[in-house]
Write a protein that binds this ligand. Structure first.
Ligand SMILES: Nc1nc2c(ncn2[C@@H]2O[C@H](COP(=O)(O)OP(=O)(O)O)[C@@H](O)[C@H]2O)c(=O)[nH]1
Ligand SMILES: [Mg+2]
Length: 246
């Protein structure tokens, strides 16, 4: 099996980038559901699965899906790094618009609403917020509280004015590509750096409420993430305040 399979569709309008790690249980069902729903809406799209070092059958399933669906491609990022894989996926994206997804969400309704705003030129980036008015977050209380605490931290640390940075987002590739290149923080906090830099760079960032229904519980325990996230937020503060580039 080759270590990478590029999508076989020419010039898609939409690139859906999905970091995946040890997702054999839901990968097939999620990708098939996503592709069928997007085909059903008549969209030209590609799906890029950004894997790194899965120890289960994720890669075997991803490769089979790429064989069955010309829209689907996958690659393995060499380091164990969610943000690195997401960033590499965005760099491979060819669409005019890029949607950052999660395999346990695959919310095509969000794609539709975000695309409408992006196509109309009403925004450069659309964030699917779990925490704004109108959102419906069915995750356990601890994770909902963590989202709000993390957002409060970003507000204090870097003046982030929104309600959510992690999770679903869609953007126009051309204005956001240089911001992706400017990001320096890895792992979970890359997603936040991207949104924070988009705000600070004067892009039109719009939040819309989403309904979160995870297909399974998260793979990493919440508390185990905290020390690394805090270290990376410190790095983010340095980065956006100029010590690590603009
Ligand atoms: N490439 C890659 N993807 C990951 C990694 N950890 C989680 N993911 C993917 O990131 C998405 C969100 O992960 P999840 O466990 O649901 O965490 P949540 O964001 O807190 O809900 C899923 O598509 C996962 O497969 C990782 O280390 N590398
Ligand atoms: Mg999840």
């Amino acid at each position: 099996m080759s270590p990478v399979a590029a999508p076989r569709v020419p010039a898609p309008e939409i690139s859906v980038v999905i970091p995946v790690y040890n997702e054999q249980a839901i990968l097939r069902e999620s990708v098939v559901g996503l592709c069928e729903a997007m085909r059903g809406r008549g969209w030209g799209f590609e799906v890029l699965l950004a894997e790194n070092g899965s120890k289960d059958d994720t890669v075997v399933i991803a490769d089979a899906l790429a064989g069955e669906y010309p829209e689907v491609g996958w690659f393995s990022h060499p380091e164990p790094n969610y943000g690195g894989a997401l960033r590499a996926g965005i760099r491979r994206a060819r669409g005019r618009f890029v949607v950052c997804e999660e395999i346990d969400l695959c919310d095509v309704e969000f794609h539709g609403r975000a695309l409408e705003l992006l196509r109309a030129g009403s925004a450069d980036m659309v964030i699917g917020s779990k925490a704004m008015r109108g959102a419906r977050d069915t995750r356990p209380l601890g994770r909902r509280v963590a989202t709000r605490m993390y957002n409060g931290l970003l507000r204090i640390a870097v003046g982030f004015p929104g309600t959510d940075t992690h999770g679903l987002k869609a953007f126009a590739r051309a204005p956001v590509a240089p911001i992706v290149d400017a990001c320096v923080v890895e792992h979970d906090v890359f997603a936040s750096e991207l949104v924070v830099r988009a705000h600070r760079g004067g892009l039109r960032v719009l939040e819309i409420p989403v309904e979160i229904r995870e297909k399974r519980a998260p793979s990493i325990h919440l508390l185990r993430r905290v020390p690394r996230v805090l270290r990376h937020v410190v790095r983010l503060v340095g980065a956006v305040h100029g010590s690590h580039g603009a």
